[in-house]
Design a protein around this ligand. Structure first.
Ligand SMILES: [Zn+2]
Length: 209
C-alpha cells in the first residue's frame, strides 16, 4: 500500500503495538486508529485511500478550477477523511483549501485548522453562518471557528458545520480566500464520482499544518 500511518492528532510517528494484537500507538495519545496519508499525492494513493475509507465520505470541491490540484489527502478508517486542494485565485494568488469530514472527538479537523479543541465548539449554529457549501444536493451552513490565540492565527480562515451527521471543516489559506466561498461551493463525495476521478490532477507541494 502506498499510504503511511500517522497519528490523527499530532505529527509524532506512531509505533505498532505488540502482543499479537495489531494496532498503533502514539507516544502522546496512546492507542490510536491511524491516519493514513501518502508521501506524495497520486491517483494510485487515492485509490488506496478510497478503499480504506470504505463508506466514509471524502470530499473535493467540484469541479476543480483550472490549474487546481489535489495536493494531499488522508483517512482514518471509518471515522475521518481530509483532502487538500491548491490553486490560484485572481484576488489571493496561491490558495490552499483543506476539507475535513470526521466523527466527533477524532481531532483531525482541529489539527488541520490549528484550533484549540477537538470539535468545532459552541459557535457552530450560533448566529448567521459565515457561508454555505453544497454537499450531496444539500445546502450546508458553515460557521467561523476562532483561531485567536493560536499560532499564525491570522494566516487562515476556518469554518465548520455539520454534514450527514459528521463535522465538516474547511480551512482556507490565506484567510482572505474565504471570499472564494461567496459563490456556494459544491463538495462532492469522491467515493461516488467514478471515472471522473481519472481526470483529477494530483501532486505538488502539500500545504503546511
Ligand atoms: Zn498523537
Amino acid at each position: 500500500m502506498s499510504l503511511a500511518a500517522g497519528c490523527p492528532r499530532c505529527p509524532t510517528p506512531p509505533a505498532r503495538t505488540g502482543d499479537g494484537v495489531p494496532g498503533w500507538s502514539c507516544p502522546e495519545h496512546g492507542v490510536i486508529t491511524p491516519l493514513w496519508r501518502p508521501e506524495e499525492a497520486s491517483y494510485d494513493g487515492f485509490v488506496d485511500h478510497l478503499t480504506l475509507a470504505g463508506g466514509f465520505p471524502t470530499y473535493l470541491p467540484w469541479p476543480l478550477g483550472p490549474g487546481w490540484r489535489v495536493t494531499d489527502f488522508g483517512v482514518v478508517e471509518g471515522s475521518a477523511s481530509f483532502t487538500s486542494v491548491s490553486g490560484t485565485s485572481d484576488l489571493d494568488g496561491p490558495v490552499d483549501v483543506l476539507i475535513v469530514a470526521e466523527e466527533a472527538g477524532i481531532g483531525l479537523g482541529a489539527r488541520c485548522a490549528g484550533t484549540r479543541h477537538d470539535d468545532p465548539g459552541p459557535e457552530i449554529g450560533d448566529g448567521p453562518p459565515a457561508t454555505k457549501v453544497r454537499v450531496e444536493q444539500k445546502s450546508v451552513p458553515l460557521w467561523p471557528v476562532s483561531t485567536s490565540g493560536t499560532a499564525g492565527e491570522w494566516d487562515r480562515s476556518v469554518v465548520a458545520g455539520e454534514a450527514g451527521g459528521r463535522w465538516l471543516w474547511l480551512v482556507l489559506r490565506p484567510a482572505s480566500a474565504m471570499l472564494l466561498l461567496r459563490e456556494e461551493w459544491i463538495l462532492r463525495n469522491v467515493a461516488t464520482m467514478g471515472p471522473a476521478l481519472l481526470d483529477v490532477p494530483f501532486g505538488g507541494p502539500k500545504p503546511p499544518w
